[in-house]
Write a protein of this length. Sequence first.
Length: 302
Amino acid sequence: MIRLLGNRNVILVLALSLGLFWGQGVEWTTMLIIPALAFVMTLSTIGVDGSLFQTPSRWLKPAGIGVFMNYVVLGGLIIILSRFLPLKDSFRTGYIILAAVPPAVGVIPFTSILDGDVEFTLIGCITSYFAAFLFIPLMFSTFLGQSLDVQSSLFTTLTQVVLIPLIFSRVLRFIKVVKYIEPVRGLLTNWSFFLIIYTVVAVNREALTSDPLSLLPAIALTLTTSYLLGYIIERIGYMYSIERKRITSLVLLGTSKNAGFGAGLALSLFGKQTAIPITVQTVVMLSYIIFLNLRKTTIVSN
């Protein structure tokens, strides 16, 4: 039993299942989402070498690729599919919002969990957040006919769950306590993600279970932009002999969006219906992460 409670796959599946079937716990866990994200971000970036921040030239390639994967590949595919699939108008608006937002900050700790290139993902993610200052107003104006000022919200998100944890991880390395954290880092990360995944799914439980048949087009779109797109990115990566760790980073940057930020924009600007496809994206993407982790575990055990 103790071994099961320490197994990452069991923890992630339990969080997803519990969120779908029992939502009462969110009144206690919602307030812990930001601290939990900041905590796992700190744990995930502890291993990033300090020389990364002393060599700006190392940022150029991952910065450009990160923005390309998030906005051109994933964002472009979301917009194209939302135009051709039989979606409600409110759902189409939701997908425009989703296409405009930067990657989920969770891609950085998930890169660590999946043995990807954390430095590459970190740079790509941070750069995409700065690019969002341009892309969100531009895409809202182009596709929705609205101007939008998101600078304050974006800067707050970037500071709380990326920059402050990154700085704190440098402090932990400086005072040389990493060797004491390392033996329990995996367990702490896993149970922090339990809290995050449970809360995200439970908060959106009603939207997912009230009329599931109406969500089929949205589910089809999200499966395409996660499982299918991730598979295509992997195949192209192996075709060009890209290192496996780097491919993992490319897959995560090219299949993940900050659904929490997107849902907040949708609810505040357009209403509850617009946020539903973003909710679908959240749950499908979490299932995709679990799938990737299960597959990695199977490959390693073989």
